[in-house]
Write a protein that binds this ligand. Structure first.
Ligand code: NAD
Length: 357
């Protein structure tokens, strides 16, 4: 199986390198049929190929069995006309990666900032909403009729709402069987009204899964007060983006925040956080988020191809990360520990090597 690896910008190359070390370790341990094809994107590609995302790299992603994408410094990119393509958005659109699956869980022995332990997954719609680059057929969903007036369009469709709801209920059936829909239908009655209509329709076909609804502002408070009450949370694009950063930080650190972007045919591992230019090149980045994202990709590949070895590899990575995090002396700097990116990766690989195959 071919995995295309896109290191990205900022801390991207450092945490991608760490992730590849871990993937090579589990590949050897479990004799996995995996090959890695690393391609240049982002600011490095802008210099060498005048674009942050060359068409040949997109083609390689289309053909691949899976993708690992490092964070990209989109805030530093020039306009699209000058080669600045947001790689993350482009892949989500081109490969129809409609579900962004973002787990957050607290870990034994590790401090968390919310008042209760948590183990939840935010299932975020990825292809429409307030995102100006993906909600119009032509042009972009943000415009300025006068120099002092700016407008944004928010697109919510029955199709996208229904399929993200089906993804959420499908996931909940494998967990604690509880879905919470997050919305703002009290002020966005038409668009979030449509979103809720579709989610409720899907809920009616899953009588075995408990269903409730929460306003997004209350949800922000409840995540701090009692995140233990949530299992699977389904929501629109921007609410999901914001709430998942909050949930991950509350669980311990944004550096723990794994995610996959998934469609019917493709899956892309991608950390929840950005390219952290403030710590770039300092060996301070926590690589766990991208490493656990890669584990989620292995798990997805394992289920898709009914390959128990890939699923086992995902479990080995997850349990090894938990084991390393148990000891304060083997934690990364963002978690109050002493280890930089490379030293943490070495510790993690030692624990993986000691796992029974
Ligand atoms: P950020 O997530 O990069 O950083 C926020 C804070 O968290 C910073 O203090 C950073 O040092 C810290 N942080 C993030 N990841 C960390 C890690 N793995 N280990 C330790 N600390 C970590 O957000 P930002 O600063 O707002 O954005 C920086 C750039 O990233 C911008 O260009 C933005 O557009 C881009 N961005 C990209 C993605 C993506 O590629 N998916 C997502 C969000 C932001």
């Amino acid at each position: 199986m071919q995995i295309v690896v896109l290191p990205g910008d900022g801390i991207g190359p450092e945490i991608t390198d760490a992730t590849l070390h871990v993937l090579e370790r589990v590949k050897q341990m479990l004799s996995l049929d995996l090959t890695f094809d690393t391609r240049q994107i982002g600011l490095a590609s802008l210099q060498s190929a005048s674009t942050t995302f060359a068409p040949s790299v997109l083609d390689a992603c289309r053909r691949a069995d899976g993708i690992v994408l490092g964070p990209v410094s989109t805030a530093q990119y020039p306009s699209r006309d000058h080669g600045g393509i947001n790689v993350s958005a482009e892949l989500r659109i081109q490969l129809d990666l409609f579900a962004n699956v973002r787990p957050s869980r607290t870990r034994e022995g590790l401090a968390h900032w919310g008042r209760t332990p948590m183990d939840l997954v935010i299932v975020r719609e990825n292809t429409e909403g307030f995102y100006a680059d993906r909600n119009m057929h032509r042009g972009i969903g943000e415009f300025m009729p006068t120099p002092d007036l700016a407008l944004s369009i928010r697109k919510i469709s029955a199709f996208a709402s229904s399929r993200i709801a089906r993804a959420a209920f499908g996931l909940a059936a494998t967990r604690r069987r509880h879905v919470t829909a997050v919305h703002k239908a009290n002020v966005l009655g038409v668009s979030d009204g449509l979103f809720l209509r579709e989610v409720r329709d899907v809920a009616n076909t899953h009588p075995d899964v408990a269903y409730d609804e929460q306003l997004v502002d209350s949800m922000a408070a409840l995540l701090v007060r009692d995140a233990s009450r949530f299992d699977v949370v389904v929501t629109t694009n921007m609410f999901g983006d914001i709430l998942s950063d909050e949930a991950s930080e509350l669980s311990g650190s944004l550096g723990l925040a794994a995610s996959i972007n998934v469609g019917d045919r493709h899956c892309m591992a991608q950390a929840q956080h950005g390219s952290a230019p403030d710590i770039e090149g300092q060996n301070k980045a926590n690589p766990i988020s991208l490493i656990l994202s890669a584990a989620m990709l292995l798990d997805w590949l394992g289920r898709r191809h009914t390959d128990a070895k890939l699923t086992a590899a995902a479990r080995v990575i997850e349990t090894s990360v938990d084991a390393v995090l148990l000891k304060p002396s083997t934690r990364t700097i963002d978690l109050g520990g002493p280890l930089g990116t490379t030293a943490f990766t070495t510790e993690l690989c030692k624990v993986i090597d000691a796992c029974p195959p």
